[in-house]
Write a protein that binds this ligand. Sequence first.
Ligand SMILES: *Cc1c(COP(=O)(O)O)cnc(C)c1O
Length: 388
Amino acid sequence: MEPLSVGAQRELRARIGASRYRRRRTKEGPQGAEVVSEGKRVLDFSSNDYLGLAAHPRLSGAFTQALRQFGVGSGGSPLIGGYTRPIRELERELAEFTGRARALVFSSGYLANLGVIAGLASRRDTVFMDRLNHASLIDAGLLAGAELKRYPHRNASALSKALRSSKENRKWVVTESVFSMDGDLAPLPEIAARCRDYEAMLLVDEAHGIGVYGPGGTGVSAHFGLDCTAVPLLIGTFGKALGLAGAFVAGSAELIELLIQKARTLIYCTAMPPALAASVREALTILRTEHWRRERLFELVARFREGAQRLGVPLTGVEGPIQPILLGDCAGTAAASAALMARGIQVAGVRPPTVPEGTARLRISISAAHKETHIDRLVDELALLLCA
Ligand SMILES: *Cc1c(COP(=O)(O)O)cnc(C)c1O
């Protein structure tokens, strides 16, 4: 048999040839509108730090204070010594924040999705997923061993049809509230209504919804007034608008208690460092009190869209902080991202398999940390690049 390293080299060369090679850029210094990437000062439109919290002094203040009190490591899994007071307090606060009975903290959103779906769904169940769901949700469905059915993006009537034709098995519907690569919203009221009609369990991943949408940044479910009955399982992450890392699921006391027994990514993972939990609490306080951050964010989104439309930059209809510019092919997308970088602007060029074949795109994310001049610069550079 051929040595693995030879096969690896061939596979890597093929990726380079197809413009699908991925590499990591090293950032120096804190997150913000301007960052130092690979030693170069650039305007950053690639971060999920929508509210500009990742480098906020109050978050680092809460972090260092808890560090002095609790030290750095958590010592073990939550079931074996790693469940610290800051996590317990954070869970209580998240339950209140989401209007659910209880919440459970995981070390990341990927782990939360795996743990919750594989912990609660069984092989005999059917899981209906939006076709554009995040990889972690798809992987969770596969791990659960359930029958997976993917419905057309945001299509509640196709979902309804699929639910109707599915008999006997217990049914799950899993969707993002804000789609991570498209920025559009799931039609949650319609989806929740279909779930009620067909007695399906609804799980909503609010990774990009928490902090950005809904009253006080409580998410898209809350924006639509969908409570615990309509959305029994709500996942949120701390790595996007909250500027930190980690995740939670919120739901009824019974479901959370069952997950503590069964979610393998909770049971077999080291618990989140206590200082991180303490700084997530501080981020929640900022969300509740500084509404101007969301208002500012949407003002900047509107400014970007007006400017881009005026100059003919091709936009989608989405009016949120994730602004995709669909280019289609991988090589063109990689070249556009590199050309922007050369002009001092960092924008992610997203290619398959992160997005479907033929839909490679620039994914611009706007933050409350940006200034008007930053937005205007971006618009000008995009127009030069795409509309010349
Ligand atoms: C980022 C993301 C996750 C994963 O969250 P992490 O905390 O980064 O692991 C899950 N779901 C969606 C929709 C995401 O965008």
